[in-house]
Design a protein around this ligand. Structure first.
Ligand code: MG
Length: 204
């Protein structure tokens, strides 16, 4: 199982981070040790003083594929959920400035929190017309619509599968909308897909 994450996929988020719109999907990977499941708490690691949440639609891959044509890409998804791509923003700033790889700021233990999966049949409109939301301590901090993604789920699956064989059980984080921000010990995060609460996470 692998976790693939798309970066810079919403214009407003690109603006808030001062990045530029990419010409093709930007992606990175997290190892299986990054998975945080079953609403377990997240412990802020000691190597960062600026831990951020990023709330994202997550696709689960349901069959093996390589060089997938965008026209058939949706058939490779078997379920959706929401996830948190936890990011050490201070380390990321240093990595970006020095042109270094992103693993230390993005791929650390428990940095990929994943909610309960919903079979794709529940949302016949497909992954391009889904609303998702994140509340921190009961207050909405991020509210996104997947129609605003620069690269659609079809384009992401097609692009990523040119480089990596996709396998059953792989996860793809599709990028965060604007509104990313810090978490602190004691915060309670909750994420929703189409109004349904699928993921809770206490920050410790
Ligand atoms: Mg992200």
């Amino acid at each position: 199982m692998k976790i693939i994450c798309i970066g810079q996929n919403y214009r407003e988020h690109i603006r808030e981070l001062g990045s530029s719109v990419p010409g093709s999907p930007v992606f990175f990977c997290k190892p299986d040790t990054a998975l945080l499941l079953r609403n377990r708490p997240f412990y802020i690691p000691d190597f960062t003083s600026q831990l951020h949440y990023e709330t994202e639609l997550v696709l689960r891959i349901g069959k093996v594929g390589k060089n997938i044509d965008p026209a058939f890409a949706l058939s490779y998804i078997d379920a959706y959920t929401v996830g948190f791509d936890f990011t050490a923003r201070d380390l990321q700033a240093r990595c970006r400035k020095e042109g270094l790889p992103w693993e230390i700021c993005k791929a650390f233990d428990n940095s990929a929190a994943i909610g309960a999966f919903v079979p794709k049949e529940k949302y016949p409109q497909g992954p391009g017309d889904l609303h998702f939301e994140m509340k921190k301590n009961g207050i909405t901090c991020q509210s996104g619509h997947t129609g605003d993604m620069i690269f659609s789920a079809e384009e992401i699956i097609s692009h990523v599968s040119r480089f990596f064989t996709l396998r059953t059980g792989d996860y793809i984080f599709t990028g965060t909308p604007c509104g990313v921000g810090p978490v602190a010990i004691g915060d309670k995060l909750e994420a929703f897909l189409e109004g349904e609460p699928l993921l809770r996470c206490s920050i410790k």
